[in-house]
Design a protein around this ligand. Structure first.
Ligand code: SF4
Length: 338
């Protein structure tokens, strides 16, 4: 049986997908928060290599794959004609495939012509996942995202216009304490302009060894508090008034996993979930946060059940522990989750 090449990363929603590697690593690789491809050189794979992989995958999996994810961080970096050839080959080889998805950098999308994007979509690439992270220029500069707010909006609008189903990732906390409000407000307004099909939340974690961790050590980045993250999330949601989209809180680093629903219909209930948390007394807020960060509490709704609450209050005592100590403990717990 022949071997084939696959990359390390795919979105959670692509857990059951066949992973087909078109490019290696990340063509940018400079985002301060991102540990994934640091130290690894980016490269485009040759069309012939990818076609050979598809033959090997066909031998191994037959007609079983139903969804396909194109790797790594930015396969849109391939020449549009090459991309079209590979996507058509995936469709030919696996006729049962219902969806093909890829990550895409906004900058690359913004540089593609509408004709190129339409051609790629018509060949059979259905869905794009874009790491917007923030719609605020100051935050994008701070974390060296290598793209401006204007390019992010242009890229998103072009992707939608070309017919792609579009997911935009947002990182609560990415502006730290200093830029928290700007980050929330500008990100919401950028998404208002794009109107993606999905908004996916992934809370910022400062990961050891990344440039962001170095910035934190040098006091150039001050991470949001746990409470600040919820306040920021509420402000962000409030800015999504009038946007038609689906929001998903599908990452373990998010405190409020129940921030999910169809906007604008579900927006009032999502705001009230944030308010429920913010209205709790300090002890209960920290009990919930510690339970979430330790991985044994799935939702605020569960926590608010009287018996769960009583049992947790018995087991988790924070009396005599300062907010600063609890923040440090949570930062360490977050590190275990990434
Ligand atoms: S976040 Fe995405 S674009 Fe930025 S370095 Fe990581 S993989 Fe590359």
């Amino acid at each position: 049986m022949r071997d084939f090449e696959q990359g390390p990363i795919r979105p959670p929603s692509e857990a059951g997908s066949l992973l087909v590697r078109l490019s290696r690593n990340c063509s940018w690789n400079k985002c301060a928060f991102c540990p994934v491809y640091k130290g690894k050189k980016p490269s485009r794979r040759k069309v012939r290599e990818v076609l050979d992989d598809l033959d090997a995958m066909k031998e191994m999996f037959g007609d079983r794959p139903q969804t396909v994810f194109l790797q790594d961080a930015n396969p849109m970096i391939l020449r549009p004609g090459d991309l079209v050839q590979i996507i058509r080959a995936v469709r030919d080889k696996f006729p049962g495939v219902q969806r093909i998805t890829a990550y895409a950098r906004s900058r690359t999308l913004a540089r593609r012509t509408m004709q190129e994007l339409e051609m790629i979509h018509e060949a059979g690439l259905d869905r794009l996942h874009v790491g917007l992270e923030s719609g605020c220029d100051q935050v994008l500069d701070l974390v060296n995202k290598g793209v401006s707010r204007a390019e992010q909006i242009e890229a998103g609008q072009k992707a939608k216009q070309a017919g792609f189903e579009l997911s935009e990732y947002v990182m609560p906390g990415l502006g730290g304490k200093e830029l928290s409000e700007r980050h929330a407000v500008d990100t919401a307004s950028a998404l208002y302009a794009i109107a993606p099909d999905f908004i996916r939340l992934r809370t910022t974690a400062v990961i050891a060894g990344t440039p962001l961790a170095e910035m934190q050590d040098q006091d150039r980045f001050k991470a949001c508090t746990e409470l600040g993250l919820i306040k920021e999330t509420r402000l962000f949601l409030d800015g999504l008034q009038g946007v038609k989209t689906r929001i998903e809180s599908d990452h373990i680093l998010n405190l409020l996993m129940e921030i999910r629903g169809d906007l604008p219909r579900d927006l009032p209930s999502l705001l009230s979930i944030c308010d429920q948390f913010l209205d709790l007394e300090r002890e209960k807020q920290w009990t919930f946060i510690l339970a979430r960060r330790s991985g044994w509490m799935g939702s605020l709704e569960h926590f608010l059940q009287a018996d769960v609450n009583r049992e947790l209050a018995r087991q988790v005592s924070i009396s005599g522990t300062s907010d600063e100590e609890l923040e440090e403990l949570c930062a360490r717990l977050r590190m275990r989750m990434v």
